[in-house]
Each structure stands twice: as C-alpha cells, then as structure tokens.
Design a binder for this molecule. Structure first.
Ligand code: THU
Length: 141
C-alpha cells in the first residue's frame, strides 16, 4: 500500500493549456518514416511548460521520442521538478520503455495523460512509477 500522497489535481484551464500545447507540438513532428506524429507537453512544478515532438532519423534507431525532447529541454533549463506530462498521437500511446526510464530519473511521481491528436479523450493520470515499476536507479553522490 502506497503512503505517497496523491498530487493535487490540475485546474481545468491549466490542463487544457497543456493539451493544446501537446497538440500544437505534434505539428512539428519530423516523421517521414512512420508518418506517426507525437506531441507532448511537460508541466514543471515551476509552472513552465516544455513541449516535444518525435524526431525520426534515416537510421531508425536514432529516432528520439517526443517525451525525451520535452524532458531534455527542461533539463537544459535546470528545471527538474515535474508535475504532469500530456502525450497525444493518432493512436493512444503511453511513453515507450526508454522514455519511461528517462523520465523516471527525474520524476517517478510524474502524472502521465495520453490522448488522441484531435480530441480531448484523455486517459490518466497514471503515475510514472506505475508504468515502470522497479525502474533502474543508482544512488547519487
Ligand atoms: N513515439 C513517440 O514520440 N513517443 C511515444 O510515446 C511512442 C512513439 C514516436 C517514435 C516514432 O517516431 C513514432 O512515434 C513511431 O513509433
């Protein structure tokens, strides 16, 4: 049984802003190989929003997912305390395994919402550590 208190729900206006930001970010997807556009918006506890889209590569495995693009921007700003991520795509996808591990490094309690590009049928929040139980961690010195 978890003793971690549940985070306060986001207010409606903030949540809608995140969804719109994720939908907008998906328009920047560089996806000539899969034609699958993913957009996301990561809300930091500072109030900042970082967006990401998927960026594909001719060497397919070099592709980076939308979630890691957004998270990398937050790290670049040294803004490491994250609240919520909204991910939208043509088919509902939850963050892939690599992205789960990447996000978990900073925010095991991150609230994850998933939905379609063109409507607001979002599912969530799922906490990141529920998506990735037993994540790989190291103690930091
Ligand atoms: N993709 C993401 O950007 N995020 C996800 O959560 C799942 C997959 C991207 C990677 C690739 O460019 C395309 O979607 C198809 O897998």
């Amino acid at each position: 049984m978890s003793t971690v208190p549940l985070p306060e729900p986001l207010d409606h206006a903030r949540f809608n802003e995140l969804v719109l930001a994720a939908q907008n970010a998906a328009k920047s997807a560089y996806n000539p190989y899969s034609r699958f556009a993913v957009g996301c918006a990561l809300l930091s506890k500072s109030g900042q929003v970082y967006c990401g889209c998927n960026i594909e590569n001719a060497s397919y495995s070099v592709t980076i997912c939308a979630e890691r693009v957004a998270a990398s921007q937050a790290v670049l700003r040294r803004d490491l305390d994250w609240d919520t991520i909204v991910v939208v795509s043509p088919q509902r996808v939850t963050p892939c395994g690599v992205c789960r591990q990447f996000l978990h490094e900073f925010a095991p309690q991150l609230r994850v919402w998933n939905g379609y590009l063109d409507n607001l049928e979002l599912i969530g929040p799922t906490l990141l550590h529920e998506l990735l139980p037993s994540a790989m961690t190291l103690s930091r010195s």
